[in-house]
Design a protein around this ligand. Structure first.
Ligand code: GLU
Length: 497
């Protein structure tokens, strides 16, 4: 198949932090775009900033993307393995006259040898926004106008040189952003930025453009914190003899107080949401609506629908607000509404995580597992609910909740009555909801107590909790032998509540 006209997008995290919500949202938009347009998504690790990189974080970023279900088609590529290419492109710009050698000491000229300043919070798009043009006036680097003789002298002395881009003195740089529309920046506002540091390492501006060209990226979809880097990159594309790709900057994610999302607002790393028991699909649905809208008020959008409906036209310029209660709402919706076969693998993972899977009935009997999950899920908000309060469905190893004991095991007649209930249940010729119900009510009336007394006490005995699914349905799921033996097992504890 000829793929030359198909979109190619990339997600390009810097391993300077964990995969955070902002990065995950950028990755998701790229992925949805690629899937919608039948294009290709690349993963590129931007690891040339030796001071800020932490290579050990790469695995965590990959794991975060995998948990989110985002599958890239090519890569991961590592910029640290492509240094020769950046160096040779910087040299090419030097030779063509678009760039010049700069011998300034790092401190002698604002921004001389520095990487783009990271934005205030590392939580968002790692490399951040280079606010250079606004914060530093375009102080011309003296090296730009250096005479050939001075240059030759410095070379002879072996003064280390950076390679700096020579911004045209006049005119303006314009580009069309698919989200933010036409943008124009006066060239006089842009400083001569460094392409290659004197230590031979590329800056972000150089490596990102060289790679996007080499990897034939057609659409750069990334955080709006990179908008102010874009004019520099556009100039760089042109100096390299190429047309820039289409840019689509997606709005920032803010906390409820409208400041940039950061740890102040709670967890920002994707892995902490995985650990908390969010469903990947619910998280995707929530993230997709941070800065994108399908154009109507639909909210519950399964991933297949997101893939069909995602478009850059639906991305808004307005900053998105990270609303944790909304995320929880999505999670509850997914726990409740997903077709059971889509939920089971997630619950199975959660049981594995809690060491409740191997050797369990859940693993051995898929039909039983589906019925158990269906019974439990109306009361769940997080995946952990399957291994905390409802763990009694999956293992005999659970505690009796102290508050439940205190509240429902008070009556001293209970040990005797529950002993009889265990016998009656064990003797039932058929095991179903109505038979269990009848056996319990018969015993209650014979003993002259309310059925509720026995129902509540039995629930604590067989599941350890006061709040659990309806008793007789739970009994059916647990099975006759297990119910009778759990009640008997609870009797000593019942005698000493
Ligand atoms: N590595 C950059 C970041 O993490 C992304 C650069 C880009 O998408 O152009 O912010």
């Amino acid at each position: 198949m000829d793929r030359t006209n198909q979109p190619r997008v990339r997600f390009a995290p810097s391993p300077t932090g964990y995969l955070h919500v902002g990065g995950a949202r950028t990755a998701l938009f790229n992925w949805l775009y690629a899937r919608r347009e039948r294009g290709t998504m690349l993963l590129r690790i931007e690891d040339t900033d030796v001071e800020r990189n932490r290579p050990e974080l790469v695995d965590g970023i990959l794991a975060g993307l995998k948990w989110l279900g985002i599958e890239w088609d090519e890569g991961p590529y590592f910029q640290s393995q492509r240094l020769d290419m950046y160096r040779s492109e910087a040299k090419r710009l030097l030779v063509s006259g678009a760039a010049y050698a700069c011998y300034c000491k790092a401190s002698s000229y604002a921004g001389a040898d520095a990487a783009p300043a990271a934005d205030s919070e590392e939580e968002q798009e790692g490399e951040g926004d280079d606010e250079g043009p606004k914060t530093r006036k375009n102080v011309a680097c003296p090296c730009r106008e250096m005479s050939e003789a001075d240059r030759a002298a410095r070379e002879r002395e072996g003064v280390p040189a950076a390679i700096r881009f020579g911004i045209p003195r006049i005119g303006a740089t314009t580009f069309e952003d698919a989200v933010f529309g036409s943008r124009e920046v006066q060239n006089a506002e842009i400083e001569d930025f460094v392409l290659l540091r004197s230590n031979g390492l590329p800056t972000y501006q150089l490596s990102v453009v060289v790679d996007d060209l080499d990897m034939r990226i057609t659409h750069v979809i990334r955080g709006a914190d990179h908008l102010s880097n874009t004019p520099k990159q556009v100039l760089l594309y042109r100096a390299l003899g190429a047309e820039p790709p289409i840019f689509a900057h997606v709005p920032l994610i803010l906390g409820p107080d409208r400041t940039r999302l950061s740890k102040r607002h709670g967890a920002t790393s994707v892995s902490s949401y995985a650990d908390e028991g969010f469903l990947p699909e619910a998280f995707r649905n929530f993230l997709a609506l941070l800065g994108w809208s399908p154009g109507d008020d639909s909210e519950f959008l399964r991933t297949s629908e997101l893939m069909e409906r995602f478009s850059l036209a639906g991305v808004s310029r307005t900053n998105a607000i990270f609303d944790r209660p909304k995320l929880e709402w999505f999670n509850t919706q997914y726990l409740q509404k997903l077709p059971i076969e889509d939920l089971l693998p997630c619950v199975a993972d959660e049981l594995r995580r809690a060491n409740l899977w191997n050797g369990s009935q859940a693993a051995a009997d898929p039909g039983w597992f589906a019925r158990a999950v269906d019974l439990i899920r109306p009361r769940t908000r997080f995946l952990q609910d399957f291994t905390t309060w409802s763990r009694g469905f999956f293992t005999d190893d659970f505690d009796f909740e102290p508050e439940a004991r205190a509240k429902f095991w008070k009556d001293e007649r209970l040990p005797g009555m529950l002993g009889k209930l265990a016998d009656a249940l064990a003797a039932l010729p058929e095991w179903n909801h109505d038979a269990c119900d009848a056996a319990l009510r018969q015993l209650a009336s014979a003993e002259g107590v309310k059925a509720g007394l026995l129902i509540n006490a039995t629930r604590v005995a067989i599941l350890g909790r006061a709040v659990a699914p309806p008793l007789f349905e739970s009994m059916v799921i647990l099975g006759q032998d297990r119910v009778a033996s759990r009640i008997r097992r609870a009797l000593p504890a019942l005698s000493a509540p």
